[in-house]
Ligand binder design. Structure first.
Ligand code: SAM
Length: 280
């Protein structure tokens, strides 16, 4: 829930750059400090595509939500690693398609918490909530999300730009498995995760610099490692791809958009296989 004590300037360090605020800077937002702009500019000088990458990530978020609410009829969204509010957040995208959509946001950054009221502007038919929690606390997230979401019904779980902030790969897989296990069949998992599959050493160097100046650190993973998050689920076409190429909007110029080093996928949780009869 939103905590009034978390006023701007309280509970976060303005001398250390931070992922959510650098991201906000690259997206053209105003909720960032000099230290974040400096770190963001330094990374962008090393890897100029990073700004396009942040924007392609956000555009994927918009397309995935439109698809999930529109074509798949999802009415419940659990968005972990929400980021600072921008012009078009998950609830706005979902409720544009389905005004009765219910959204729970989760982030562990005090600055995101202090701006969370901008995320709680639900349509009257739907609902929004915010949980101040860490992705590595899946049980806390699930129990608090159950205030707003009916976990016996399908939920779209969004892990966009957040799993690469968990350094331990086994822990990241365990957390995703725990969250998905708690969701009803027919739920969806959408992931967007940084990699170096496109820019190689330039991306790795930029992330090494990020990890020296910013928090939380980033751990790049290969497309194969990202695909493993979807084990046991039905991965939708086109599979795990650069987020700029996941069902892109048709461009008047034709052709595929350039790839960026954020790979994504969307998958459905299948119904359990019917128990096979044991021979007598
Ligand atoms: C790069 S932003 C992504 C924002 C948004 N999901 C998007 O795709 O545009 C990453 C967000 O994840 C949050 N985050 C990082 N580690 C986290 C953790 N362990 N638990 C919860 N949130 C986390 C950061 O505070 C930040 O707001």
């Amino acid at each position: 829930m939103v905590d009034d004590a978390a006023a701007p300037g309280v509970g976060f360090d303005t001398t250390v750059s931070h992922s959510a605020r650098i991201w906000n800077y690259w997206l053209g937002g105003k909720d960032n400090f000099a230290v974040d702009r400096e770190a963001g500019d330094k990374v962008a000088a090393m890897l100029p595509i990073i700004v396009a990458q942040a924007r392609a990530d956000r555009a994927f978020l918009g397309r995935a939500i439109r698809y999930l609410a529109g074509q798949e009829g999802m009415r419940q969204f659990l968005d972990i690693g929400t980021g600072l509010p921008t012009a078009d957040n998950t609830h706005q995208g979902a409720q544009r398609v389905a005004p009765d959509a219910r959204i729970v946001y989760v982030d562990n950054d005090p600055l995101v918490l202090s701006h969370a009221r901008a995320l709680l502007t639900s349509s009257p038919e739907g609902a929004c909530d915010y949980i101040d929690a860490d992705l590595r606390e899946p049980d806390k997230i699930l129990s608090e999300a159950a205030r707003t979401l009916d976990l016996t019904q399908p939920v779209a779980l969004l892990l966009l730009g957040v799993l690469h902030h968990i350094p331990d790969t086994d822990q990241a897989y365990t957390v995703v498995r725990r969250l998905v296990a708690a969701l009803a069949p027919g739920s969806f998992l959408a992931i967007n995760h940084s990699t170096s599959a496109v820019s190689g050493a330039a991306m790795e160097e930029a992330v090494a610099h990020w990890n020296k100046v910013g928090t939380p650190t980033m751990t790049l993973r290969s497309p194969e490692q990202i695909t493993r998050f979807f084990d046991g689920l039905d991965l939708l076409e086109p599979g795990v791809v650069s987020c700029s190429r996941w069902r892109p909007d048709i461009s008047p110029l034709g052709g595929q958009p350039p790839q960026v080093d954020e790979f994504c996928g969307v998958a459905r949780k299948p119904s359990p296989a019917p128990a096979t009869a044991q021979p007598a």
